[in-house]
Design a protein around this ligand. Structure first.
Ligand code: OAD
Length: 260
């Protein structure tokens, strides 16, 4: 029985590697699970940041990381932003990020990420759409002066603008805020151009702008593949599900691709 299950999984890997070898345009939609192998926490699931439900002041983390709370009590929102930033600072891209970057040499690959850690670009991916922004870029809410995370003093929260003393915040999407229009326009443009193959990796795919395009791409004839150790809302909506960690599965696919 175990041998049959293992061989079915192996066959799926072979099928996906074959499709990847033929694909010219590939979309890769990633979430927190992509960086879990770098040691970053996910938002939901085991060890997830949102598991505490009521974290502080009787507020769930979705309320703490909300635009309204940033305006009313910036030190509280910043306390949790700084925690995510600390985790990112001590980490970097893993071998899974590197595999995705290496695949772009001979195909048109678009990485669409909900992650704010910047690891896809750091690993060398060029066509990266950051739907939720990037934690290393900050700006002053009053005078719009731009800052890099390296020069902002995070020992005093919230950080203040050195020019006008306004509130400094990261260029990330908080709850209650719109997605960055440029990133969304780029995402919609590339989706409209179509893909041969679409991977959805390490995301619970809760948001309609993630699960919607996967379902639509499949309906248009694109092969859709999920990489995730757990079942998600998309698991039964994709052509193939590769159950496992992103780094391991991507490395296995890469080995099969080299042999194809
Ligand atoms: P979630 O925390 O919702 O989901 C993480 C997913 O990664 C889960 O489906 C896990 O099963 C999976 N996972 C865990 N370890 C993995 C591994 N080693 N390899 C592959 N997958 C693994 O994170 P996201 O879907 O990214 O937004 O969450 C989306 C958004 O919700 C975040 O960007 C954030 C959050 O609210 C904002 O802050 C605006």
């Amino acid at each position: 029985m175990t041998a049959m299950v293992a061989s079915a999984a192996e066959q799926t890997l072979q099928t996906v590697a074959g499709a990847l070898a033929r694909a010219r345009r590939v979309a890769v939609l990633t979430g927190a699970g992509m960086s879990a192998d770098s040691g970053l926490p996910t938002y939901r699931g085991i060890g997830g940041l949102y598991n505490g439900i009521e974290i502080e002041a009787g507020m769930p983390i979705e309320d703490i990381l909300h635009a309204y709370t940033l305006a009313r009590d910036p030190a509280l929102t910043w306390k949790y932003i700084a925690e995510i930033e600390r985790a990112c600072r001590g980490a970097g891209p893993n071998a899974g990020h590197a595999v995705l970057a290496s695949w772009q040499a001979v195909r048109d690959i678009w990485v669409v990420t909900q992650n704010v850690d910047g690891f896809h670009r750091a690993a060398g991916s060029h066509q990266v759409i950051e739907l939720h922004g990037n934690l290393s870029q900050l700006f002053c809410c009053a005078c719009m002066a731009e800052y890099s995370i390296d020069v902002v003093d995070l020992t005093q929260l919230p950080p203040r603008c050195t020019a006008c003393d306004g509130l400094v915040r990261p260029r990330v999407v908080l709850f209650g805020e719109l997605l960055p229009p440029d990133a969304m326009a780029e995402y919609e443009r590339e989706l409209a151009r179509g893909f041969d193959l679409l991977f959805v990796i390490g995301t619970s795919a809760m948001f309609p702008y993630i699960h919607g395009p996967v379902v639509e791409a499949r309906a248009r004839g694109c092969l859709t593949v999920e990489i995730n150790p757990d079942v998600t809302v998309l698991s039964h909506a994709v052509d193939h599900r590769l159950a496992g960690g992103a780094r391991d599965i991507l490395q296995q696919l890469d080995r099969l691709l080299a042999a194809a």
